[in-house]
Design a protein around this ligand. Structure first.
Ligand SMILES: Cc1cc2nc3c(=O)[nH]c(=O)nc-3n(C[C@H](O)[C@H](O)[C@H](O)COP(=O)(O)O)c2cc1C
Ligand code: SF4
Length: 367
């Protein structure tokens, strides 16, 4: 019997995603349309990342694109070969949030997945029509808060992603809570599943540390409806990470991966990195003078202007994440050092695969 039958489809907002695997959004510039399109083609849900997309798409096309246009274009391209594709839009990118949402909705994204903060007002931005709205949470409490707020807006989540502490990127836990037994994904799942059932019975998708076909079967057996995976898709031919980034993932050992915090992300959340990332090494020595020339994580000041980022003045506790991540996607590499974010499982990656091969391995068809 083909193992694909062991992976039952994931149904979100009436759409039947044949393979219950979501390729997690990876910013900056790692999950763009080539990766999302390949995953969609293989029957999963492909997700582009909205982070800094205006810059990345403007550079690629040679035409100045604003945030709305860039989100519209990237989602449209991700859907050109069939299957399901959507976008990840982080709450922490406050300034561009609404425009990214509108661009994705107008392009007919199959899903908007949103975390790095609680996406409390997501359903109010524009009627989502067929687009599924999917929050990312790290606890049942966060899901409760979102459900209550969305109920007032006349909406309920179409699914939820529960992300545990082994994930790549920003983590939804305090630094002292990352290693707690109670925060293991296995232990977070039952209460979140319970809330999801009570709150309207929508699918629960688990993320963080899932690596093999057997891992997927194990979590589906525990009540999850699907999985979201990042690190494995980072290490594919179709991901838009730079070659040096991919090689750093291939060579990383367990000891090379740590959760950065002071110096850490100006978004204020713990952030997992390869400790040899050039920008992280420089941050430890305060080698890069503070300089803000990208502004994607700016927050509002008392007058309502987007001027505030902790990394703007303080290079002791924070690194400049906009520039570090843009550099790791091959942007301005002559001017800025790269910052490599990964999940704990990067230590297990020993080669770069095509998406087709990876999806075959994950669905149990063969490696
Ligand atoms: C390189 C990289 C970049 C990421 N960027 C984002 C992001 O922009 N927004 C987000 O919500 N999650 C982001 N994540 C988290 C992934 O979408 C995914 O949930 C997570 O990596 C799952 O854990 P895994 O890497 O162990 O599979 C990122 C992860 C990686 C590895
Ligand atoms: S200081 Fe750096 S991280 Fe902060 S908004 Fe400016 S460019 Fe981005």
């Amino acid at each position: 019997m083909s193992s694909i039958s062991a992976l039952r489809p994931l149904v979100i907002k009436g759409k039947k995603i044949k393979v219950p695997i979501i390729q997690g959004g990876m910013g900056v510039g790692v999950s763009l349309h080539p990766l999302a399109r390949a995953v969609a083609r293989e029957g999963g849900l492909g997700i582009v990342s909205s982070a800094c997309l205006d810059r990345l798409v403007s550079r690629r096309t040679g035409k100045k694109k604003n945030v709305y246009e860039a989100a519209y274009e990237e989602v449209s391209l991700a859907k050109t070969e069939g299957g399901f594709a959507g976008i990840n839009i982080m709450m922490a990118l406050v300034r561009d949030y609404s425009d990214s949402v509108k661009g994705a909705l107008d392009a007919g994204a199959d899903a908007i997945i949103s975390g790095a903060g609680l996406p409390l007002s997501l359903p109010a931005i524009q009627p989502p029509k067929d687009t599924a709205l999917i929050p990312i949470v790290s606890s049942a409490r966060a899901l409760d808060i979102i459900c209550k707020k969305w109920e007032k807006l006349g909406y309920r989540p179409d699914a939820v992603v529960l992300e545990g502490p082994l994930a790549g990127g920003h983590l939804g836990f305090r630094i002292d809570q990352v290693d707690l037994e109670s925060n293991r994904l296995e232990n977070l799942l039952p209460p979140v599943k319970d809330r999801a059932v009570k709150c309207g019975d929508f699918p629960v998708i688990v993320a963080g540390g899932i690596y093999t076909h057997e891992d997927i079967l194990r979590f589906l057996g525990m009540g999850a409806d699907g999985v979201q995976m990042g690190t494995r898709f980072l290490a594919t031919e179709e991901s838009s990470a730079s070659e040096t980034y991919k090689q750093a993932v291939v060579h990383a050992t367990e000891e090379d991966i740590l959760v950065a915090h002071r110096p850490g992300s100006p978004c204020g959340l713990p952030f997992r990195v390869i400790k040899q990332s050039p920008m992280y090494v420089s941050a430890l020595q305060q080698k890069r003078p503070p300089k803000c020339d990208k502004g994607y994580v700016l927050m509002k000041d008392a007058d309502g202007n987007f001027t505030v980022c902790p990394a703007k003045e303080n290079n002791k506790d924070y690194f400049c994440i906009c520039n570090g991540l843009l550099s790791s996607a091959g942007y301005n590499t002559d001017k800025e050092e790269a910052l490599y974010t990964v999940g704990t499982n990067a230590a297990r990656v020993d080669k770069i695969l095509s998406v087709k091969r990876l999806m075959n391995e994950l669905t149990g068809i063969g490696g």
